[in-house]
Design a protein around this ligand. Sequence first.
Ligand code: ATP
Ligand code: MG
Length: 279
Amino acid sequence: MAIVNLQNVTYKYPLTEKPALQNIDLQMKEGEFVAVIGPNGAGKSTLCYTLAGFVPHFFKGELTGSVEVARNETSKSNLHEWVLNVGLAFQNPFNQISGAKYTVFEEIAFGLENIGVPREEMKGRVKEAMKMTGISDLADRSPYSLSGGQQQRVALTSILVMQPKVLVLDEPTSQMDPIGTREVFSVVRTMAERGMTVILAEHKMEWIANFADRVIALHEGQILVDGKPGEVLTSDVLTEKGFGISRYTSVARRARELGLWKRDTLPVTLEEAVKGFKE
Ligand SMILES: Nc1ncnc2c1ncn2[C@@H]1O[C@H](COP(=O)(O)OP(=O)(O)OP(=O)(O)O)[C@@H](O)[C@H]1O
Ligand SMILES: [Mg+2]
């Protein structure tokens, strides 16, 4: 039984001609970690909004097909109920900050407060979530005084603390250095192993190759390829359609043309490239 089930989903923003999503079919199993890649404007954020109920409950426009998460249908539900199952971290973490709280600790507690979680339990959950994402030392800071990468960690933490069934992350590491990126990917991997279903829009191919179970390549609102990371991330069609691809894939592809790459498959990560070139 799929926890996420999108059938023939097409969506147009208000006052636009061209759909931002077109005939999307997507089923996800519980605990699956799916990465979504695509060039600018491909529809990654729109797909995230659709899973998270912001389409159609916040962004109006025209939605057809069915969007089901945990057996609820988005069109028969409201955003208030929806967010209990699905947590979204926005592409711009600044959009996540409530503006109502003075400290990071209170900011992260905000969602739990809203659903009436008792004070003591709330404190425990907030502390644990902050520890997981490595931001315990930011507890007393103002959310507005943080760097972009720190804001992204706060945004992720404020979603994780709600323990949603489905976690939707829209480029959650765009403002992070490699150390931050590694930490986020490994926290997310851990959550998936504990049964949380994760969908993550991302440009960083090597990280996806190391951590995700499956990759969906979006192009002009449609699913172009859907499969295992190693296959999708090295597929020739990505280069043709203007996707950013891993430098190791590009180098090995060129080497293959020159007869210097012997393997049948192309690498995505440095480790795979090194192994392949040694052979
Ligand atoms: N609020 C909006 N109103 C109208 N059109 C929109 C709106 N938001 C996005 N679009 C359009 O929908 C399409 C998909 O945009 P979306 O933001 O989902 O792409 P994306 O893959 O997330 O791109 P990026 O890599 O730049 O984040 C684009 O053509 C975009 O111009
Ligand atoms: Mg986007």
